[in-house]
Each structure stands twice: as C-alpha cells, then as structure tokens.
Write a protein that binds this ligand. Structure first.
Ligand code: NAP
Length: 523
C-alpha cells in the first residue's frame, strides 16, 4: 500500500496538530512534521506524542534545500530527541549526505531507529534516508541509491529531483520497480506530477500531497484534494491505464477533470494527467517513445493540443501507425490512441464534434448548406474540412485575407473574404473559429447582426467556450438565431476520445457538469 503523507511546516504545535487532524479527515495516512525552524527538543517530543496521525519528523538542512540552519550536532540531537519521544514517530528523515558524514552521526541515529542491529526491542521508528536535487537529475543517482540501500539502518530510500522533462518520471518508476528497499522516488516541478500520482501504481512506499495549494513542501506537489479527487488515487492500481493532455502549456487545461470524472462515472480503470512537452518535435518524439516503451506504465492515449497537433501526425506516420484520412487532410490530429496490438492511431475529433453539434440543430443532411467559417487557424481548418466533407458550400472569412485564400485553394472552397465583409443573414451556418470574444476580451465579436425583420436567420456556432455565452451568441440570440456554444464542441470532441480509448458510452451529463462547474457562463 502506498501511503499519502501531508507535509506540515511547524511553527506552532497546536496549529500543526489542527492541520494534521484536517489531513486525517481528508484521507492522509501520515504527516511529515517539518521542524526546520521549530527546534525546541522538548516541544518536538510533545508535537510527536500528541500527533493525530503517525508522523515523519524532518529537520531539513539548509544545504539540502530546507530551512534548518542548526549546526549538524544540534540538528542530529534534535532528531534523537524526536526519536526518544514517549510516542515515537513512525519515521525520522535524514539526508544521505549527512548520514555519510561521520560514524558518530550513524551511531547516534542508529540508536533511535529500528534496524537489524538494534539491541533495544522497543524501537519502532524507521529511518528514511533521503537525497534531493532541486536543480536537475543527479548524475550519480545510482550511486546514491545503492548507498541508501546498503545502509543497514535505512528502512526507506527517498530520492527527489527536479524533472527536466516528462521522461524523468520513467527513471522514478524504474527506481521504485527495483525494490531494493521500500522506495520513494519523486520528480519535482510541473513535469514531475506523474511520479507523484502514479507512485501508487508502481508501489512506492509513499507520496506527498499538500493540505492546501500554498502549503506544498516541494515544487509540483499536488494537493491532497487533487490527488484523491481529481487524480483518482483510491482507484489506482498496477493495471491502471494512463492517458493525458499533451501541450505546452497545459497547466490550466480542464481536460484532466473532464476525463477523470468520466473514468470514475463508468468505472474505467484509467487516470488522465497533464503532460507538458516543449514545442519542438524532438521533445515530443523522445517523450512519447520513452512513455510508450515503458510497458508497465500502460500509457494508452492522449489528447493533443497546441503546439503538437502536427507533431502527432508526423510521429504516428514515422511509427507506421494509422492516421484518420480527414486528420491527414486537415493537417492536424488531436487524439492519440494505442491499440491492443501495440500500433498507434491518430485522429481528429474536432471536425466530427462540429458536425455533430450542427446536425443536432439542423438535421443529419447538411448537403448544400451555406456555411461561413470565421477564421483560418487550426479550429477553422477542422470546421472547413468537416463541412466541405459533408457537402456544404463553405465560405471562409478571415482578418488576414491571404490565409483565407490559402484555405480556399487547399480545400477547394466556395469563396474567401475578409472578415469585415461578412453578411450574417446570407449564410445557413456561421461558425466562429477566431479567438474573438474569448476571456478576457469578452467585448469583442467577429460579427454584428443588423436589425432586419423577416430575413432568414443562420445557426450561429461559437467555438469559444470561455465564456460559455460570448457576445456573439448573446447578440445572435437577440436577433432570433439558433445558437451552439463552444462547450458543445468541447464535450463532443472529448467524448469521442473517451469512447475511442475506453469503448464505454461517454457519460455526457458528467462531462457537461464538470465543464459548467469550471467555466462560468459569462466570465
Ligand atoms: P489559431 O490557429 O491561433 O487561429 C486564430 C484565428 O483567430 C485566426 O484566424 C486569426 O486571424 C483569428 N484572430 C485572432 N485574433 C483576431 C482578431 N483580433 N480579430 C480577428 N481575427 C482574429 O487558433 P485556433 O486553435 O484555431 O483556435 C481558435 C478558437 O477556437 C479559440 O478561441 C479556441 O477557444 C476555439 N477552439 C475551441 C475548441 C472547442 O473544443 N470548443 C477547440 C479548439 C479551438 P489571423 O489569421 O488574421 O491571425
């Protein structure tokens, strides 16, 4: 069983106990009292004895990234006192580098922790030997890990370093899988989140989670609430399939909440993580190869967003996988799936989402409909390809007319015009694929609806989903037009990915609720 430890920086014992009580109520197994600056030995003993949860006691030295600036004799003496409390801590944490400094330190620590040579029968505290690198992957990590494994007093090996990229998580998983001793292997920083969440999948001894967002003891540490509720901690096991959203940046993506809620709703054994990958193709390729090659990870698919949609096509082509023909035509894919036979598939669920939401309003047969696509970027390409493929007469309008004309030539469209020439009542469908109207510029709109009675009204579709009701949609409704918001597209493109990966019927209402909770109606 992998434990969840909540770090608590101790200034005041009563406040620390109150936080430990909250941690227990929210499902933590352990707390780590960081006594870096709380250094009264008798008070530390009372802190440990009165703890509502089993605890780790750590006085992290300043030279290892902590705040404890006691000299080493006093720091070790503080840990000895903690170990000798009436109710002893579950663990003491000591840096490997300190442990290796002198036989004297090893002897002192050896007297208060449980190990094969311990003469006293009543000692239960375990020693966590730890090593940290806040800058990068330690070149001598292997040597450090072997030293910890060889130390007789060491019960748990802990190694933490700043992830250079998502690839470093695989090193952490491999370290846990070596099972030299119970092991904690964690990557710091945004790219290290998988090592923290998937610690349970690989059987790590513990992971750390902060009680509140501002209480993390290391960069990239999730909160307890995120770990338990967003990343499905209680459902994770060795067989859990791993998915994610690949982009740069992806920190604010709503996709993890969306897909993880779906997995929970249908009981699918999966977890979905943010996967930040730097823009260059070489990063994309190297990361995917490393993640796919590590078979115990069960990396099975991803949503792929800016700037990697073209990279996905190139990668799957190079790997001999299958590419959905319309994704090839669009020149961008947003979905990666690993098939049971190990082959790769790249598809584009955006165009089908746009067509599906439009057909819901206008019926299945869109042949001959006049569609004004506003914009000439990635979303517009999906709309243009989808509507053209469905037999519509597509006209593209864009601020930069050159790009609109390029799209017209490439997709053999009806016409291309500057955005300023749009006449809304002449189309059957207007779809906004520009970013106009998106938060925070919510006053912007690509199109005005003149007051003309009795004329034909188009269906107005805005792909922008933040806010849910854009100025374009508000004014279109006021002019009597039917509308579709960007949420419909988001739900449908995500639901199509979900169905592809899981073979389950997508829980659309769950998806809708997750998104509406996170996106305010007119922010
Ligand atoms: P993109 O490739 O960067 O294209 C942006 C488009 O917006 C271009 O046509 C650009 O015109 C136009 N534009 C930007 N600022 C403008 C301005 N001030 N005035 C007029 N036109 C302007 O972006 P994208 O990936 O296509 O995304 C576009 C929109 O689609 C975003 O708002 C996004 O929220 C939405 N989207 C929604 C979903 C969904 O699931 N609902 C999915 C994907 C995208 P120029 O060519 O002249 O620069």
């Amino acid at each position: 069983m992998t434990l969840i430890a909540v770090p608590i920086s101790v200034d005041d014992p009563a406040a620390a106990h109150a936080r430990a009580t909250r941690a227990a109520e929210h499902g933590a197994d352990l707390v780590e009292y960081r006594i870096d600056t709380f250094t009264d030995p008798a008070a530390v003993q009372r802190l440990v004895a009165g703890s509502p949860l089993p605890c780790i006691v750590t006085a992290r030295a300043a030279w290892e990234g902590g705040h404890c600036d006691l000299d080493e004799t006093d720091r070790i003496s503080l840990l000895e006192h903690a170990g000798l409390a009436d109710v002893a801590p579950a663990y003491l944490d000591l840096e490997l580098a300190a442990y290796q400094t002198s036989a004297n330190i090893r002897q002192k620590i050896g007297l208060v922790v449980d190990h094969p040579g311990q003469p006293r029968a009543d000692v239960s505290t375990g020693l966590i030997l730890s090593t940290h690198d806040f800058e990068t992957f330690p070149a001598d990590l292997d040597r450090r890990v072997l030293a910890m494994a060889d130390a007789p007093a060491c019960r748990v090996i802990k190694a933490a370093w700043r992830a250079r990229s998502l690839r470093d998580n695989i090193d952490a998983f491999e370290l846990i899988q070596r099972r030299l001793k119970p092991t904690v292997a964690l990557c710091m920083g945004e790219a290290g989140l998988p090592s923290r969440v998937l610690a349970k999948k690989f059987g790590a001894h513990l992971t750390f989670a902060a009680l509140d967002a501002d209480a993390a003891s290391a960069p990239g540490q999730p909160t307890l609430d995120e770990l338990k509720n967003l990343y499905r901690w209680d459902a994770l096991n060795a067989d859990t399939r791993v998915y994610g959203v690949i982009g740069w940046p992806v920190g604010h993506s709503v996709s993890p909440a969306f897909h993880n809620a779906g997995f929970t709703a249908t009981g699918f054994n999966g977890v979905y993580l943010p996967m930040p990958i730097a823009p260059e193709y070489e990063h994309f390729k190297a990361t995917l190869i490393r993640w796919l090659d590590h078979t115990p990870l069960h990396f099975s698919g991803a949503s792929v967003t800016i700037p990697h949609k073209q990279n996905l096509l190139r990668f799957v082509e190079e790997q001999g996988g299958e590419i959905e023909p319309l994704a090839q035509t669009i020149g961008a894919a947003n979905t990666l799936s690993l098939r049971p036979d190990g082959s790769l598939y790249a598809g584009n669920t955006d165009y089908a989402a746009i067509l599906g939401a439009t057909r819901d309003k206008l019926g299945d047969d869109l042949t001959g409909k006049k569609v004004a696509v506003l914009g000439a970027g990635g979303a517009a390409r999906a709309a243009v390809a989808g509507f053209a493929n469905a037999g519509c007469r597509v006209i593209v309008f864009n601020r930069s007319i050159g790009k609109a004309q390029q799209l017209k030539e490439e997709f053999k469209l009806f016409a291309a015009h500057p955005l300023s020439e749009l006449k809304p009542y002449s189309a059957d469908v207007i779809i906004n694929c520009t970013s106009l109207g998106m938060h925070p510029h919510t006053d912007a709109t690509p199109c005005a609806f003149p007051d003309t009675l009795g004329t034909h009204r188009p269906l107005v579709f805005d792909t922008v989903y933040n806010p849910l009701e854009t100025r374009l949609l508000r004014e279109a409704k006021a002019a009597g037009c039917g509308t579709v918001n960007g949420l419909e597209m988001f739900i449908r493109q995500g639901a199509a990915q979900y169905a592809l990966w899981t073979r389950h019927t997508p829980p659309l209402e769950v998806f809708r609720n997750v998104l509406t909770d996170r996106l305010s109606p007119s922010r």
